[in-house]
Write a protein that binds this ligand. Structure first.
Ligand code: UDP
Length: 248
């Protein structure tokens, strides 16, 4: 699969349909596969932290969660086909297994959020096979219990929603001991399925302004979002360096 280097993070050159196809293929294999969904903020973290960058690049599928990543690929003259938001990809995956053919485990979010998400999803898809859940706030002892619970239930699909970079590090550290086939680091998705956080209306998404809507709804994200202009400038600067070095 073709990969696009965005400040060291190797993002897969895939459409939403390609990504969903890959997930279904991963499910046919016995080995564990990790799926990461970086946005510009996460790529900036990886740009400054080589170890985390390596962790991200160890993923079997890395999709461009944010529109900023797609813009960056255009600046670098290696355009990604489209944004593949982790929430949308995960929702399509759930729909694809809504006949109960694959088991799901939801890990993350504040206490009570996974239960709400599961209630909403099973209301929509009554045959959905949910084998377990846990909230995402734990000490060492509770983490061990969560690991044992996942191992006992051996889910086909494990959603890990601890926020970045915690979820990517957790997946990379534990993926081979859990017996899950597909592990997806998809941040606040549980909150959206639960209905505790609202997704931006489609017109914002289509205009590439979902980040702006989130900022309006959660002004506390302002300082995190300051990474965005910095990201654009860094890509511009790096883009020039790539040209000078004659890399394509
Ligand atoms: N979260 C968690 N454990 C933690 C920290 C965060 O389960 O130790 C959850 C938090 O409750 C939220 C999710 O991680 O549901 C994602 O948080 P945020 O929106 O900050 O992350 P993003 O998706 O923007 O990376």
């Amino acid at each position: 699969m073709k990969k696009i280097d965005i400040l060291g993070v190797l993002v897969d050159h895939v459409t939403m349909d390609d990504a969903l196809f890959s997930l279904k293929e991963f499910l046919k294999e016995e080995k564990a596969h990790a799926v990461f969904t970086p946005n510009s903020e996460i790529i900036m973290v990886a740009h400054k932290d080589a170890e985390f960058c390596k962790t991200l690049n160890s993923g079997d599928l890395i999709v461009a969660d944010g529109i900023g990543v797609v813009y960056a690929s255009k600046i670098l003259k290696a355009p990604l086909p489209e944004r593949v938001a982790g929430f949308d990809l995960s929702s399509k995956l759930i729909e694809a297994v809504s006949d109960g053919s694959r088991s799901l485990y939801f890990f993350g979010g504040k206490p009570g959020v996974a239960e709400l998400a599961i209630r909403n999803l099973t209301e929509k898809y009554p045959a959905l096979s949910v084998c377990g859940f846990s909230d995402g706030y734990f000490d060492e002892a509770k983490e061990q219990q969560i690991i044992e619970d996942i191992k006992a239930k051996k889910p086909d699909i494990l959603f890990v929603c601890l926020g970045a970079p915690k979820q990517e590090k957790w997946i990379a550290e534990h993926k081979d001991e859990l017996g899950a086939k597909l592990l997806l680091g998809v941040g606040g998705s549980l909150d959206v399925w639960a209905g505790t956080v609202e997704r931006a209306p489609e017109k914002y998404q289509k205009a590439g302004l979902e980040w702006f809507y989130r900022l309006l709804k959660q002004p506390s994200r302002f300082f995190r979002m300051m990474a965005l202009p910095k990201f654009g400038l860094t890509v511009l600067f790096k883009g020039k360096r790539v040209k000078k070095g004659n890399r394509s």
